[in-house]
Design a protein around this ligand. Sequence first.
Ligand SMILES: Nc1ncnc2c1ncn2[C@@H]1O[C@H](COP(=O)(O)OP(=O)(O)O)[C@@H](O)[C@H]1O
Ligand SMILES: [Mg+2]
Length: 437
Amino acid sequence: MSLTNPPSSSGSLSRTRVGNLKRSLQATVDDAIESRRPGGYTSKVRVRDRYNIVGFISSGTYGRVYKAVGKNGKKGEFAIKKFKPDKEGETIQYTGLSQSAIREMALCTELSHANVVQLEEIILEDKCIFMVFEYTEHDLLQIIHHHTQPQRHAIPATMVRSIMFQLLNGLLYLHTNWVLHRDLKPANILVTSSGAIRIGDLGLARLFYKPLNSLFSGDKVVVTIWYRAPELLMGSRHYTPAVDMWAIGCIFAELLSLRPIFKGEEAKMDSKKTVPFQRNQMMKIVEILGLPRKESWPGLASMPEYSQLQSLVLHRQPSHFHRGSNLEGWYQSCLKNGGYTSTSGAGTPGADGFDLLSRMLEYDPSKRLTAEQALEHPYFTNGGAISGNCFEGIEGKYPHRRVTQDDNDIRTGSLPGTKRSGLPDDSLMRASKRLKE
Ligand SMILES: Nc1ncnc2c1ncn2[C@@H]1O[C@H](COP(=O)(O)OP(=O)(O)O)[C@@H](O)[C@H]1O
Ligand SMILES: [Mg+2]
């Protein structure tokens, strides 16, 4: 099967549907409030009447994910994401639905695209929300990891191309429908056993068609630091689709090199809860891309963290800071280490691959490629057809997702795992606040 290129936007939501989407968000909240009235809500369906839990997959940020199979005539495998109510002390209290759960529910119910994870149904039961998704056997984190074992062996160039094409198709669909993902990283990119890419984890996704500038307020966290766009590191309060495109650029680089390209260490918040400038992360980017320059990124000098960027230059002056971008050098050694050549079994992403990468890892968000432009890039339009199955022609199998039996009781289980690493949104205070202090 080959995908059409560029994709038609016929599957996209119209403005009215965006309105509906907002209303359905309200309805979701209303339903949730309804369910808080004593005796006001009894679940119509019970999870265990419809699914057999096969095992436990992962303890995520807001809940747990289980593998299940349908029962009573319902066919197929599913991943059930359980959002738990808040726990206060020893007693479980229903203090409300997490914002993340509401967002994910509202968006997933409306969205429908081959490259976005498909929601099967939502079940409210015993003060927990169960989101039932189609099951995916793999994700990009697991695939990248597999290629480092027992020793590093490159992901074939045709497979990388198919992954990127499908990923950008899914992202174009989200962006066309005014949805920003905001947490794109390998663990959130799901892959089915037939090689279809599904963008997952819409827990941080937000509609952006309305007030752009309020996107920085209200919620606790944003994207994982390694995939965080430079404008966010520089203190920008505006989320734009370009933030997702930066992350996609980082994922492209990681698929080719099997390592995160900008693997910075996160600076933690201090006791006053001021969010620090992510110096180390910015350094990692600068080491490869060179310093951002006012001439090529006009908005730079007015960014909240501009003075921090300058102090970074003053305090440390390794020569590479002044050399300009070394992305091409990085790319060439990545091809060399990966054995990517036109005659090798892995094939090569070639010069077009470099050009695409450099345009996605563009400092100035207004110049960075959009998903639509990326799909029209020669990397995709030159060369042969792109398979909708990223495993097509690939020898060998990828290991199945690990499913454990430690905790396959969907009713109980401990509370959500670690908090997602990210910037609290009170960081909009950060630069100005620090200046005053
Ligand atoms: N549909 C799915 N099928 C199989 N595994 C999944 C599915 N959705 C999520 N997972 C697994 O569970 C993990 C956590 O799910 P995710 O939706 O990313 O939640 P969180 O907000 O906790 O990160 C994923 O990284 C993936 O390993
Ligand atoms: Mg996740």
